[in-house]
Design a protein around this ligand. Structure first.
Ligand SMILES: [Zn+2]
Length: 204
């Protein structure tokens, strides 16, 4: 008598199963971009502010083209810091507002509450009150385009800060100096480099 045997799974079954999820975070940067980024951080650390600013500005544009507005925003703000360090205030204001615009339009408006006070106090510390006001007004205008306001963006400081681990002083991939408030935390032990997107493990 003919008996139907249970159907066997096709041999390739296992290969088509969903891959285990990779580490959190977004795609890594192309190797040349990663190298240029590491060089830009070195220029900044060496006090070659104009060259660093130009490198960060170029990288911001490049990364924006790659469709990574969050990282492009952080790079634009780094260009702004470098221009300010070089006393090129006009370029600093321009790149600061570019960075804020990238955050707002890239769906990360919440970052504005974290970065804006730093930018304006850096400008004020150097005696550039008018420029600080200019950046504030531009941030308000950009938020207003989306019907948002600074007050609506929630807490200014990062939450859970007390329970977070300690990050290495520098990103192991691109050499960026790491500030706990600037990195993006996935959980209390894992953060993402704001420039290259590498996953950083915090020590407890
Ligand atoms: Zn990095």
């Amino acid at each position: 008598m003919f008996r139907r045997r249970p159907r066997r799974r096709p041999p390739l079954w296992g290969r088509f199963r969903r891959r285990p999820p990779g580490p959190p975070g977004r795609p890594p940067l192309p190797p040349e971009t990663q190298k240029a980024l590491a060089q830009a951080h070195v220029l900044m650390a060496e006090g070659q502010f104009v060259a660093a600013a130009q490198a960060f500005a170029r990288l911001s544009d490049e990364v924006k083209e790659e469709g990574l507005p969050g990282r492009a925003a952080n790079l634009a703000l780094q260009a702004a810091r470098a221009y300010l360090a070089a006393d090129s205030v006009e370029a600093a204001v321009q790149w600061a507002t570019t960075g804020i615009g990238l955050f707002v339009r890239g769906g990360r408006a919440g970052r504005v509450n974290v970065v804006l006070p730093k930018i304006t106090s850096a400008l004020r510390n150097k005696g550039h009150e008018a420029e600080a006001v200019q950046v504030e007004q531009e941030a308000k205008r950009l938020l207003d385009e989306l019907g948002l306001s600074l007050d609506e963006l929630g807490p200014r400081g990062p939450q859970m800060a007390e329970t977070r681990g300690t990050l290495p002083a520098q990103c192991t991939s691109c050499g960026a100096p790491l500030v706990p408030h600037d990195v993006e935390w996935h959980d209390n032990r894992t953060a993402e480099c704001p420039y290259c997107g590498s996953i950083l493990k915090a020590a407890s």
